[in-house]
Design a binder for this molecule. Structure first.
Ligand SMILES: CC(C)(COP(=O)(O)OP(=O)(O)OC[C@H]1O[C@@H](n2cnc3c(N)ncnc32)[C@H](O)[C@@H]1OP(=O)(O)O)[C@@H](O)C(=O)NCCC(=O)NCCS
Length: 137
């Protein structure tokens, strides 16, 4: 995970193997993966947070991010989650496109949220996805 993260991120900075281990030690944090990528999430009752999602650069742009996000949503649905939240750098147009295509709506903007290696800090966009109600049985 740390290897793929380092290939994928500069801002926000990638997470180290030790940071991944520490996060996964929390019982509320879970990881899902496909062949070329992974996603980390946190459950909190009826809410969940998409902490990170990363597809190896060699495999990006081929629908894998979409596949992984749908797998993530299916997983939290089985945990009775109703609302999924995330933060994304406002310059990350690919990720924002992925989230909008999946049905996320923008809920806010946090100015100067991410520290870039050089240059000005980057704002975060906050987004929310409300899972559809299951059909009545
Ligand atoms: C963001 C990320 C997970 C998307 O995964 P992916 O496999 O590359 O994306 P997909 O091929 O599934 O495409 C998802 C959407 O983004 C669009 N897209 C893909 N590559 C794009 C590009 N280079 N520029 C613009 N849009 C792009 C696709 O058209 C698709 O939109 P659509 O469903 O409306 O057609 C992946 O690019 C990645 O790991 N990026 C680096 C890490 C990152 O930014 N993670 C998100 C942090 S919040």
């Amino acid at each position: 995970m740390a290897h793929i993260h380092a290939l994928c991120f500069t801002t926000p900075r990638p997470w180290s193997a030790a940071e991944f281990s520490e996060m996964l030690a929390s019982p509320s944090v879970f990881m899902l993966h496909i062949a070329d990528g992974f996603a980390l999430g946190r459950l909190a009752g009826p809410e969940a947070e998409l902490l990170t999602i990363a597809i190896h650069p060699d495999a990006q742009g081929k629908g894998k991010g979409c596949e992984l996000l749908q797998k993530f949503i299916e997983s939290i649905r089985q945990n009775n989650v109703s609302d999924l939240f995330l933060e994304v750098a406002e310059t990350n147009f690919t990720a924002i496109k992925l989230y909008e295509s999946a049905g996320f709506a923008t809920t806010g903007r946090r100015a100067a949220y991410y520290k870039a290696p050089s240059g000005p800090k980057i704002a975060a966009i906050t987004m929310k996805y409300t899972l559809p109600e299951p059909p009545p049985t």
